[in-house]
Design a protein around this ligand. Structure first.
Ligand SMILES: Cc1ncc(COP(=O)(O)O)c(C=O)c1O
Length: 405
């Protein structure tokens, strides 16, 4: 077996450093836990950043992938495969939008598809602009980057594609200020993940819907991080009572097997015609099998409801730390999409948690983000809360009695 040091040296020599060199080499996962190359076990509350809603290597997903890998991995979309339409029908039905799906490989690509769809839809009327929210995140391809309302991701990549404008989340007046006859779509996350776990309010979403209907503009949701049950709804927008015209999905859709999608309403279902958009690997039999198995597990184990229940239990525990520890300012949550806001950068605290056996990642600088699997057990929530308590006690220099530890 290679040592972790050997693996790190090879990584640093040959992998383009788009990520700061990771501290761990992870080699195995099961449910809520992952193991590193040295055999140490961690509770994983990162889950590939919201990709593991049913936990690592769920037996039903693993079986579906193994079975399909031995049968048919990929054929061109010039041919049909047995799962493509089944998955599309399932997503349309879960969404309640009544339209159709297009499949790709990632969140950024799904948002690209939404953007292209809006431009094509609006092309006859000269509508091409997209309004997205400040503090949002929509991916790293050039158009998704342009839609991302945070300049730190755009710096150095100028010229940024034209036709993107930004408004403040939960401020309808700021949307109206940039809306014009050129606006094709408004893009919003029901819960901003990279923005620091910030919810779009139902009032804002209702206001956007009305505005879009009045001005003949499309309303889009990015469900890449908050979708697939994590917020206590199949899709985050369902918690706001407002339906978009279309939305993007990826991350947990295939339990870590790459697959992205857009789901539309009937109005947008046939805007893309043959030759207008495509993806070689979109909806391969293998990706569809992974996604169908994932959806099956979420349904069978009633994980949408479990996200609400488990989220409430976890938040109740975290809330006590807001009272007990001065550096903990606030808990933000929707289902199992949870942020603990510190009065300082969260990176060092996340490092301490990692050393103590709990993986969590910072977002928006000072927010500790927790994205555990939706089928997490109560005992695992309690174990994680104990680790967080210990790490906070360390941070605050609190002496613990031996029997408390
Ligand atoms: C809300 C949101 N949209 C889009 C993306 C981009 O997804 P991907 O990395 O699969 O391209 C992300 C990734 O973090 C995301 O959180």
């Amino acid at each position: 077996m290679k040592t972790s040091a050997d693996i790190k040296t090879q990584y640093q020599s040959y992998v383009i450093p788009t990520y700061a060199t990771p501290s761990l080499v992870l080699v195995k996962g099961k449910g809520t836990r992952v193991w590193d190359n040295d055999g140490k076990v961690y509770m994983d509350f990162v889950g590939g950043i919201a990709c593991q809603n049913v936990g690592h290597c769920h037996p039903k997903v693993t079986e579906a992938i193994q079975h399909q890998a031995a049968k048919l991995v990929h054929v061109s979309n010039l041919y049909m495969n047995e799962h493509h339409g089944v998955l599309a029908e399932k997503l349309v039905s879960l969404s309640g939008l009544g339209g159709k799906c297009f499949f790709c490989n990632s969140g950024a690509e799904a948002n690209e598809a939404l953007i292209k769809l809006a431009r094509l839809w609006g092309s006859d009327e000269g509508k091409y602009e997209i309004i997205s929210m400040k503090n949002s995140f929509h991916g790293r391809t050039l158009a998704a980057l342009a839609a991302t309302g945070q300049t730190k991701y755009q710096d150095g990549f100028e010229p940024i594609p034209d036709g993107f404008l930004y408004a403040e989340l939960n401020d309808l007046a700021s949307v109206k200020k940039v809306l014009s006859g050129r606006t094709a779509a408004i893009l919003v996350e029901a819960v901003q993940g990279e923005g620091g776990i910030i919810k779009a309010t139902p009032e804002f979403m209702t206001g956007l819907r009305t505005l879009c209907d009045e001005k003949n503009v499309l309303l889009y949701c990015d469900e890449v991080q908050c979708g697939m049950g994590r917020t206590g709804h199949w899709f985050g927008f369902q918690g706001t009572g407002v339906n978009p015209d279309a939305f993007s999905l990826a991350k947990s859709l295939g339990s870590g097997y790459p697959i992205g999608a857009i789901v539309t309403n009937a109005k947008l279902a046939d805007v893309f015609q043959p030759g207008k958009h495509a993806s070689t690997f979109g909806a391969t039999p293998l990706a569809c099998a992974a996604a169908l198995a994932t959806i099956g597990v979420i349904e069978d184990e009633k994980l949408v409801a479990r996200a609400t229940e488990a989220g409430a239990a976890f938040v109740e525990g975290l809330q006590e730390y807001v009272e007990a520890y001065e550096h903990v300012k606030e808990v933000r949550a929707q289902g199992l999409m949870i942020g603990m806001v510190l009065d300082q950068p969260a990176k060092a605290f996340c490092q301490t948690l990692t050393e103590m056996g709990l993986l969590a990642i910072p977002t928006a600088e000072n927010v500790v983000r927790f994205l555990p699997p939706l089928n997490i057990k109560d005992s695992d929530i309690n174990e994680a809360l104990d680790i967080i308590d210990d790490a906070l006690a360390d941070m605050h220099g609190v002496e613990r009695a031996a029997d408390e530890e």
